[in-house]
Structure formats: C-alpha cells, structure tokens
Write a protein that binds this ligand. Structure first.
Ligand SMILES: C[S@@+](CC[C@H](N)C(=O)[O-])C[C@H]1O[C@@H](n2cnc3c(N)ncnc32)[C@H](O)[C@@H]1O
Length: 452
C-alpha cells in the first residue's frame, strides 16, 4: 500500500481515541464492494451471487469480490447502483426525519449520484428531488445515472450554492455531501493519498463552511440539513458541525441506531454525529450528521412569474398516453420537448428555473424533430413505458452489443419503434425501418468496447 502521510498518522488520535493499530491495519486491506438494488426495477434473479445484506439499508448488499460491473447489462438498465456501504446510512436519517408529506429535497453536491439515487428510492412520488452538481462533466454523469434509475420526480441542476441559496426557505431537506479531503477513500482510491496535505484539509474545511453558508438561506424553517463527508479529520467533521449549530439556527438531531451495526455515535457539545470506521464495520470511512432548522413557520408558497411548462390539450394528452402506463401525472411541453410531470412540480421547477440552470427534468417523454416524435432514452429507462409499446427482449450478448452501438442481427416484424429490453428492463430504443434498424441509444452513453 502507498504509505500514508506522516501528518495524517499524527492526526489519528484526534479523531480515534483507541484501537489506532487496528484502524491502520484496516487501511491496508482491500476495500469492501457493495451495491444497492433499485426497488423500481426488480429483476428475476439477483444480479450477483452471493450477496450479503448491509445491516442499515434493506436494499444494500455486500459482494464477496468486485466483478466487472460494466459487463452486466443490468448495470446499464439501472437495476442496481454500486455504492459504498457506509453512505447507505443516509436511509436511516431520511426515514427518521420525514413523513408522508410531499417534500422539496436538494442534494447539493450530487455527482455521480449515489445519494440522489438512494433518496429517489426513499422519497414518495409527490416529493421532488433537485439533484445539483456544479461541475459540468460531473453533472453529465449525474444526469445519466439518474436517467438509468428510472424515476419521474427529479431535476438535475448545474448551479453554484450561491445561486441555489437565493431560493429562500424553499427546501424541506438539504443534503450537503461535501467535497472533502477524502481520507475515508484511502484504501479505495490511491490518488486520495497522493493529493492529501494538511493545507488541503484546511482548504476543504473552509470551502465546506462557504458552501454551507451559501446554501442555508434555502432551507425552510423546521427543515433538515444533512451534512456528510468521506474523511476522518475533525476539522471537516465535528468542528464544522459545532460551527453550524453555533452560528445558524440549527439543532442537532439524534438518529436511532442499533448497537450491532458498530457505527460510532459521537456526542459532543450537545451535538450528534455518526462515524464509520473500517476496522469495526464493513464499509469505508464516513461521517454524517443531521440538523433541524429552528422556527415555526411552515414554508410559504413560492410566487412564480410564469409557469415555464405548457399543459397539453386533451387531444395531445391522449396521443402521448399510448407511450406510458396510466398515471396521475400529466403531459406538459417545454421548447418542443414533452414531459410527464406532477402539475405541482411544474410550479416548483418554474420557480427553481429563475435561479438555477436546469440540465434535465424527469420524466422527459421525447421531442419533436420536424414532424417526427422521438421517444427519449429517459423514457426507455423508466418503468412507466406502456405495455402496448412494442418491445424486444435481448440476450446478454445482444444487450451488450446494443449498449456499445455495435451491429448485430435481429429480426423485427413491423416498421415501428421497439423498446430494447434485457431481463424485462428497458435499455433504449430501436427503430425498425424494414430492411434495417436504427439504434437510438445515445452515443455519449455507449459502452466504449466491443463485444463478440
Ligand atoms: C463527495 S462528492 C459527492 C458524491 C455524491 N453525493 C454521491 O453520493 O455520489 C462532492 C461533490 O461536490 C462537488 N463540488 C465541488 N466543489 C463544489 C462547490 N464549491 N459547491 C458544491 N459542490 C461542489 C464535486 O464536484 C463533487 O461532485
């Protein structure tokens, strides 16, 4: 293993009073591999075997070794998300703080989408997730991963915490999974060791404070802030938690945990936090805490100047209806694109659009190119596709060839759109033109290798 920085070694007693040798030994072991199943996309068989449950997350599983996930079409169909087990503790916090009420939830630093996909699985369908990533190419990956997850109630934005902070009192829950010095990733990602320095820890702690200061005006009174990092040092963790509770109207929240989970509960200065140490549980280093904003006022309805979406007339609604399963949502258009949306969400998204750059809205059904309607890749990946739409079940090899946009032989009867499926899960669209078919899988998503 790459040797650990001396200053990091010296800092260990500050965040871990005992068993430092065991902790150091655990850092030289292989990282744990885990994934979270998508409850929307139940498969006939589990994607891998054996899989052993993550204690704090009912859909989370450990694998005994790390397979090549990208060679499994179920990965591309969004049947599971490869996620570090400690992070899955978010589920316990979310379940503790939320009820059935429709919520506006912000995941401020969301790429590549581990926690956003998890939140979507936990939220009710009346709630809206705003999944934000400031860095463009990371926002692209986030949008792709959320499309694969198949939900209809999210938007991907690409904005700064300062811009989103202008949505005063808007969000009921804000998750800040902050950019950090990544000490918890030392055994997973050797780059994290090379990039570590004392200066960077201080830089990260200051940047986290700046991000939190910028976004907190957007948290509604009585709403919840969840703050997490994948690092061990106290500056980015407990010290920021205490700073938040001291300087803002925030009250730390205790989360019920089972003793058997071996999660370390920190209780300091009346504040609570949860630490994950790799020598006492199966997971990487992680820190998470939850705070409630004080105050009594329920969030006020936001004034919007204009709803950016146009509701389709009943003739148009019925034309689109044939593409999707019956739903309580409605069809809207925006700039030649068509969406299936909860009407309430159109007003929320319109308000959001005044301050944030909206990169993707779910669920996009498709768009008009000239007179032709082109169904969207997001629709193909959603379980909402109507059973009336023609579909074609692919073998594993065909599915991989489809996903890499290679030529392959299939016989299709009718000149029509076909949903390419693998184990019953949608992957993308094929259009049969008679003598040949076109593969509409997005080029930017294609697997960049050949399968024979
Ligand atoms: C720890 S990662 C997020 C991981 C993600 N939540 C997940 O579960 O997959 C932190 C993210 O913060 C983003 N970031 C970097 N600078 C930022 C800033 N100034 N404000 C907000 N987010 C920032 C990074 O690009 C990165 O994607």
């Amino acid at each position: 293993m790459t040797s650990l920085p001396t200053q990091f070694l010296k800092d260990i007693p500050n965040f871990l009073p005992e068993n430092q040798e065991l902790f150091l030994q655990s850092l030289s072991q292989l990282p744990i591999t885990s994934l979270r199943l998508n409850p929307l996309k139940k498969t006939l068989r589990l994607p891998y075997s054996p899989m052993c449950a993550v204690p704090w997350c009912p859909n989370g599983y450990y694998l005994s070794q790390r397979p090549s996930f990208t060679e499994n079409p179920l990965f591309w169909a969004g049947a599971f998300y490869v996620q570090e087990a400690s992070s899955m503790f978010l589920e316990q916090i979310f379940k503790h703080i939320t009820t059935d009420k429709p919520l506006k939830i912000l995941d401020l630093s969301a790429a590549p989408g581990g926690k956003s996909t998890h939140l979507l699985s936990l939220m009710n369908s009346q709630s809206l997730l705003v999944s934000n990533e400031i860095i463009k190419n990371r926002a692209d990956i986030l949008a792709e991963n959320l499309a694969r997850w198949g939900y209809t109630n999210y938007v991907v934005t690409q904005s700064s915490p300062e811009s989103l902070g202008k949505l005063k009192d808007f969000f009921d829950v804000i998750l800040v999974d902050a950019p950090c010095s990544g000490e918890g990733m030392f055994r997973k990602d050797k780059e994290a060791i090379n990039e570590w320095s004392e200066e960077n820890v201080l830089f990260c702690a200051k940047r986290q404070k700046d991000i939190l200061t910028a976004i907190l005006p957007a948290l509604a009174p009585t709403g919840y802030l969840i703050y997490s990092t994948c690092t061990f040092n106290r500056q980015e963790n407990e010290e920021n938690l205490h700073w938040l509770c001291k300087n803002f109207d925030l009250q730390s929240v205790k989360i019920p945990i089972s003793e058997n989970w071996n999660i370390t509960e920190i209780q300091e200065k009346g504040n609570y936090a949860y630490r994950f140490f790799p020598h006492i549980l199966k997971g990487e280093g992680f820190f998470i805490s939850c705070m409630q904003k004080k105050g009594k006022n329920p969030p006020k309805p936001q004034k919007i100047h204009k709803n950016i979406f146009q509701r389709l007339n009943s003739k148009e609604q019925s034309e689109f209806q044939r593409w999707v399963l019956p739903t309580h949502q409605e069809f809207f258009s925006y700039q030649n694109q068509f969406f299936l949306l909860n009407p309430e969400h159109t007003t929320w998204i319109s308000y959001l659009a005044q301050f944030a750059y909206i990169r993707q809205t779910a669920l996009k059904i498709g768009e008009l190119k000239g007179k032709d309607f082109i169904p969207s890749s997001e629709l193909a990946l959603s379980p909402n596709v109507s059973k009336e739409v023609k579909s074609l079940e692919l073998s594993e090899k065909e599915a991989l060839q489809f996903l890499s946009k290679q030529d392959f032989q299939i016989s299709l009867n009718e000149k029509s759109w076909y949903l390419a499926r693998y184990q019953n899960l949608g992957l993308g669209w094929l259009k049969n033109l008679g003598s040949r078919f076109n593969n509409y899988y997005p080029s930017e998503w294609r697997i960049r290798r050949l399968f024979s």
